[in-house]
Design a protein around this ligand. Structure first.
Ligand code: BES
Ligand code: ZN
Length: 798
């Protein structure tokens, strides 16, 4: 809120250095665009300096936007943290400013705060005035408003040794710091910063990097230059209670935000329509950063599952959108916010990975370095990046310019399916849509054709890259050996083959699958099931890609298979084919289950491999789903041991959510009550989230209904967990109809009271397994949405 001047204006204007300021005629606020308009009696003069002054005040509300309030309890005392979240359009909510990424400025910050608190901001502190407790900060570098941050808290911190080049500090609640939960973050931050300094060949320009963990935080983390803010679970790692999945998330998040220090902070997109440059980039290189500090995790391969596959799912829908939208389509805060989505992050990351693959990593990095050097402290559009990469491309042989190749991937939505017919030597591309009968919702300047880099193998030998530049390429020869294209998913597309080649690939998988790289084995399964869903091959062929799984020990192919198997499991669990299906599942997973049981000495030792740890969870989940007594007894026994001695939990942390979920599913109300009581007492975020999840795993409707009812009472389920409850319950086969009935009965209550539960999330999760038109109509009528809005909701939540 602006304080009006005696003349009734929102601002005062003064001329400096001899300039004469025109009088203000009128000022007003434009609601839709969030502008303050100042109408002057004359125009301002170029080259003159003016001083625009305004006073304003605001409430420190707990609304997670702009300058806001966050609370927590420590030793029974309520503590308040005042903190900020400006991106994308809330700096204007904290102070008046030209709140656009291209309007970069130097910020001089001073905070006055209560004694006993510490103040942090982008710049380094420069001494305090103890009388009023005022902290003044070094001026920032030239930067965008969305990167401004300031926090006042009673936090403690740990820091790197004094002699290090860049001071790294981790800030959190005193008890969390004392318990050592910031240690892991501190141990990797400096190393990841070093990695990026050498990868980008560009020095980190600030003397310090603060990272702070906040209880109430909307996103996962935010890359404010010099003061990165995190949700607690994205920064703090407790070696005793966190899992290796949590450790991976902390590592990826830190790497992602540090990557922004260059890509985003030093060089910024001109406008939000190119947000993908920021976020897609940080997504891609975060995997390189994590790989550097955790080289045994195989994290670069995991990227294909977490990003590429996610992007494929979203982008095969006719309502998807291009990575880079025209500026006119991205104007209002709502339109800007909508861009923080799967396309921007995951497709952005996957497409940049493809670019780096065909240029080679060193050439790609050299281009980036040149780009960062030229545009430091400035703003760019994506063509600037293509330009720089084109300059350093050196000896890489390409069939067209980088911009001709890449524009096809970023200016049209979707991606191709490449079909290789070994009988004729024909190779073709088509826009891949998961619903084969649908038409894309917008037209494309390139007619939905791409320049496709095709890496391929013939009978186990890697061949030279082939570029498919038209709809049909016909310069290939007929082949009688097996052919595998898009080796290691180095391109952003799917592949289909003629039946004979599919058959040859299946034979190779069952005779010796190791000849085919592990990422490609995972991809064969994923492509086959998605092609089958789109009616391009038979589902029976897709199912046959699973035949060899009894020989498979690697995580990626199993993970790929399980995603698709789950669809079948959920659909057939309550039908007469369930027994047969369970038998099939057991025949496939049994060897893996026993292999892991053996190498962990009967599940007593921790696996050294990161991905094997994940696969252990797959094996246990699947074996329990298959109803195997061995597995059910095992999880029940583990759960009982935990109940007997809640403080001395025998289960390895990484296995807890899977084991307990299955333990609760196999158990009754006693098991459930035990977890519920722990939740009510929990103080730790990660533990509370784990309990919220496992409570949804029971198969008893009366418990699930009780759980749903608790959700409306903030004394039972904390507000920030409401979303998770409904979502987890709806993901349970027994819970799904209950969740839907529940939200229909409590519709107005949920909308009114549960501000933290997003309407769309609730809608999506409670109805995603609906498969008939009658069910769909019920949703549309109940929620007063039309079919197009509904599809948007559906696509955006995928
Ligand atoms: N710049 C974003 C934070 C953000 C997200 C601001 C949405 C405004 C709206 C940050 O770099 C980011 O991408 N954070 C991710 C986590 C990351 C590990 C993918 C997030 O918050 O989910
Ligand atoms: Zn980001």
């Amino acid at each position: 809120n602006y304080t009006l001047t005696p003349e009734g204006h929102h601002a005062k204007l003064t001329g400096l250095e001899g300039a004469k300021a025109p009088a203000i005629n009128k000022t007003w606020l434009e609601v839709e665009t969030q502008y303050l308009v100042i109408q002057l009696s004359e125009t301002l003069q170029v080259g003159k300096i003016y001083w625009l002054y305004m006073e304003f005040q605001g409430e420190l509300a707990n609304d997670l936007r702009g300058f806001y309030r966050s609370e927590y309890f420590e030793d029974g005392v309520k503590k308040v943290v005042a903190t900020t979240q400006m991106e994308p359009t809330d700096a204007r909510k904290a102070f008046p400013c030209f709140d656009e990424p291209a309007m970069k400025a130097v910020f001089h910050m001073t905070l006055i705060h209560p004694s006993g608190t510490v103040a942090l901001s982008n710049g380094m502190e420069m001494g305090k005035n103890q009388n009023v407790l005022q902290t003044k900060f070094k001026p920032t570098l030239k930067m965008s408003t969305y990167l401004v941050a300031f926090v006042v808290s009673e936090y403690s911190s740990i820091r790197t040794a004094a002699e290090t080049d860049v001071l790294v500090r981790i800030w959190a609640r005193r008890t969390a710091i004392e318990a050592g939960h910031g240690d892991y973050a501190l141990s990797i931050t400096g190393r990841i910063l070093d990695f990026f300094q050498s990868y980008y060949n560009s020095k980190y320009p600030l003397p310090k990097s603060d990272q702070i963990a906040l209880r109430d935080f909307d996103a996962g983390a935010m890359e404010n230059w010099g003061l990165i803010t995190y949700r607690e679970t994205s920064l703090l790692y407790d070696p005793i209670t966190s899992s290796n999945k949590d450790k991976e998330w902390v590592s990826t998040t830190i790497a992602h935000e540090l990557a922004h220090m260059w890509f985003g902070n030093l060089v910024t997109m001109k406008w939000w329509n190119d947000l993908w440059l920021n976020e897609g980039f940080a997504t891609y290189v975060s995997y390189l950063g994590v790989d550097d500090v955790q080289p045994t995790w195989n994290i670069k391969d995991l990227m294909v599952m977490t990003e590429t596959h996610k992007a494929f799912a979203f982008d095969s829908n006719k309502f998807s959108h291009p990575l880079s939208l025209p500026e006119e389509e991205v104007k209002t805060p709502a339109q800007i916010n909508a861009l923080f989505n799967t396309i921007t992050y995951s497709k952005g990351g996957a497409v940049l990975r493809m670019l780096s693959e065909f240029l080679s990593e060193p050439v790609f990095a050299r281009g980036l370095s040149a780009y960062l050097k030229q545009f430091a402290y400035g703003n760019t559009v994506y063509t600037d990046l293509w330009g720089k990469l084109q300059e350093v491309r050196l000896s890489v042989n390409l069939p067209a310019t980088i911009s001709e190749i890449m524009n096809r991937w970023i200016l049209q939505m979707g991606f191709p399916v490449v079909t290789i017919d070994t009988r004729t030597g024909n190779i073709t591309q088509n826009h891949f849509l998961s619903d084969a009968d649908s038409k894309p919702s917008r037209s494309s300047p390139y007619n939905y054709e791409w320049f496709v880099p095709i890496s391929w193998m013939k009978n186990g030998t890697v061949m030279d890259r082939y570029w498919l530049l038209e709809k049909n390429g016909n310069d290939c020869s007929k082949l009688s050996e097996w052919v595998l294209a898009n080796v290691n998913v180095s391109g952003f597309y799917r592949v289909n083959y003629d039946p004979q080649n599919w058959q040859r690939l299946l034979s190779q998988l069952s005779t010796d699958h190791s000849v085919i790289p592990v990422l490609s084995r995972a991809q064969i399964v994923d492509d086959a099931f998605n092609l089958a869903k789109a009616n391009m091959i038979n589902m029976s062929l897709a199912l046959r890609t699973l035949s060899y799984l009894s020989e498979e020990r690697e995580y990626l192919p199993w993970q790929s298979a399980i995603k698709h198997l789950n669809t079948f499991i959920n659909r057939f669990r309550h039908t007469e084919v369930n027994t047969k299906m369970q038998k099939f599942l057991w025949s496939k997973v049994q060897p893996l289950f026993h292999y892991l049981k053996n190498i962990t000495a009967d599940w007593t030792e921790i696996l050294s491999s990161h991905t094997n740890q994940y696969n252990q969870l797959n094996a246990i989940s699947l074996a329990c789903t298959a109803g195997v007594e061995d597995c059910l007894d095992l999880t029940k026994m583990w759960y009982r041991q935990w109940m007997k001695n809640p403080d001395k939990n025998p289960i390895k942390h990484s296995m807890r959510s899977t084991v307990y979920c299955n333990g609760i599913a196999a158990g009754g109300s006693e098991e459930w009550e035990f977890a519920w009581n722990l939740y009510k007492k929990s103080v730790d975020d990660a533990e509370a989230e784990l309990l919220i999840y496992i409570l949804s795993c029971t198969r008893k409707p009366e418990l699930l209904n009780r759980y749903l009812n608790y959700m409306l009472d903030p004394n039972m389920v904390q507000k920030k967990h409401v979303n998770y409850v409904i979502r987890h319950v709806a993901n349970n086969v027994v819970g799904q109809p209950l969740a839907w009935d529940f939200i229909r009965a409590n519709w107005s209550n949920i909308l009114k009271e549960q501000k933290h539960a997003s309407f769309f999330t609730i809608l999506y999760f409670t109805t995603k397994s609906f498969s008939t038109e009658v069910e769909l109509k019920k949703v549309l009528v109940k929620c007063k949405v039309n079919i197009n809005q509904w599809l948007e909701i559906y696509v955006n939540n995928r």
